[in-house]
Design a protein. Structure first.
Ligand code: CA
Ligand code: CA
Ligand code: ZN
Length: 328
C-alpha cells in the first residue's frame, strides 16, 4: 500500500467513525437559570448548552433538557471554597438525614387560556409532580439511589392567563415580570412555574448561591407538558421537575467540565462524562476515568424513564448548600 493510499484510507475511516459517533437525535435541553443581575460581575462568562452543542457540531431535534447557565471555573471555585469552609465548621451531628427537610412548594401555572392544551394543567398533575419529587428525593430501594433529606409539600397554586408569560424564556423581561408578580416566600420556599418557553426548552432553575442577589427570580420553570401525565413523551414523567429542583438545591450537571479532573460537578461519586447523554445509551463511557457515564442520574439529559437516582455525594452537596444559602 502506498503512503498516499494509506493516508486516504485512514481519513475515510476517520470520517466514517465520526459519522457513526455523532448522535442523530438530541432531545433534551434545559436552561439553567437566569442569573441574578446583582451577580453579573461575579459571573463573567456564561455558556449556554446550545452554544456548547453547536461548537461540537451536534444538532438539536426536539427537546433539550435544560439551557443551564454554566458557571465559569473561577466563579464556581469561589462558591466551592465557601462551601468547603461552611462544611468544615459544621459538626457531623448537624447534618440532616433522610426526610428531615420539608420544602414548601408553590406552583404558578401560566396558561394562554382554559384547558390542558393551553397550559392550564390540572391540580391532579401538580399533586403528581409533588409525588414524583418525593419519590425521587427518597430514592427507590435497591437502585443505589440516595435517600436525601428532602421532601416536598404543596402549599399553594396560582393560575394566570398571560400569553407573554406563557412564552417567557430564561433571562427575558417577561420572565422577570412574571416572577416579580408571582414569587412567594423566602429562600426556603420553592416557586415552581409551568409555562411553554419554546426554543426546545424543558426548563431552567436558579442556584442557591444566587438567591441573595436577586430573590424575586428564585425558583424553577418547567414546560407544562413535562409534568407527570403530560404530553411531552419521553419527558413526561416529571423528572424535568426533579432535575431543575436539583439545581435549585445546588447541583450542577453531571457533565459539567466534561472529563476535567478538577472543575466538574464537584461530586465525587458521579463519574465524569464528556457531554450530555441523550435517550438512554447504556454503557456509554465518554471519559477515560473509572466508571461509565451516569446516564441514570437525574442531573444528566437522558429520557425520563432512563433517569432514576441521585447519588450520596449529590445528596450531601444539596444538604449543605440548602442550609448555607436557603436556611432549609
Ligand atoms: Ca463527578
Ligand atoms: Ca469513564
Ligand atoms: Zn439542568
Amino acid at each position: 500500500m502506498t503512503r498516499k493510499l494509506f493516508v486516504s484510507l485512514s481519513l475515510l475511516c476517520m470520517a466514517l467513525l465520526l459519522t457513526v459517533a455523532t448522535p442523530s437525535l438530541f432531545k433534551r435541553a434545559h436552561a439553567e437559570s437566569a442569573r441574578p443581575t446583582g451577580d453579573k460581575a461575579a459571573i463573567p462568562t456564561v455558556k449556554s448548552l446550545d452554544a456548547q452543542k453547536t461548537a461540537k457540531g451536534e444538532t438539536r431535534s426536539q427537546r433539550d433538557r435544560c439551557a443551564t447557565r454554566d458557571l465559569d471555573e473561577t466563579t464556581a471555585s469561589v462558591y466551592e471554597s465557601a462551601l468547603n469552609d461552611f462544611n468544615n465548621k459544621r459538626s457531623p451531628g448537624q447534618i440532616r438525614k433522610s426526610g428531615e427537610v420539608t420544602i414548601p412548594v408553590y406552583f404558578h401555572v401560566i396558561n394562554k387560556g382554559a384547558g390542558v392544551s393551553n397550559g392550564d394543567i390540572s391540580d391532579k398533575m401538580l399533586r403528581a409532580q409533588i409525588n414524583v419529587l418525593n419519590a425521587a428525593y427518597a430514592g427507590a430501594t435497591g437502585t443505589g439511589a440516595a435517600n436525601t433529606p428532602f421532601r416536598f409539600e404543596l402549599v399553594g397554586v396560582t393560575r394566570t392567563t398571560n400569553l407573554a408569560w406563557f412564552n417567557a424564556g430564561p433571562d427575558t423581561a417577561a420572565e422577570r415580570e412574571m416572577k416579580t408578580a408571582l414569587h412567594t416566600g423566602g429562600a426556603d420556599t420553592l416557586n415552581f412555574y409551568t409555562n411553554n418557553a419554546g426554543g426546545y426548552l424543558l426548563g431552567w432553575a436558579t442556584f442557591p448561591f444566587w438567591y441573595a442577589g436577586d430573590p424575586a427570580m428564585d425558583g424553577v420553570v418547567c414546560l407544562y407538558s413535562s409534568l407527570p401525565g403530560g404530553t411531552e413523551v419521553p419527558y413526561n414523567e416529571g423528572d424535568t421537575g426533579t432535575h431543575e429542583v436539583g439545581h435549585w438545591l445546588g447541583l450542577f450537571h453531571t457533565f459539567q467540565g466534561g472529563c476535567a479532573a478538577i472543575y466538574n460537578d464537584f461530586v465525587a461519586d458521579t463519574p465524569s462524562e464528556r457531554s450530555p447523554a441523550f435517550n438512554c445509551p447504556a454503557g456509554r463511557d465518554s471519559c477515560p476515568k473509572t466508571g461509565v457515564d451516569p446516564i441514570e442520574n437525574f442531573m444528566d439529559y437522558t429520557d425520563d424513564p432512563c433517569m432514576y437516582r441521585f447519588t450520596g455525594g449529590q445528596s450531601a452537596r444539596m444538604e449543605a448548600l440548602s442550609l448555607q444559602y436557603r436556611g432549609l
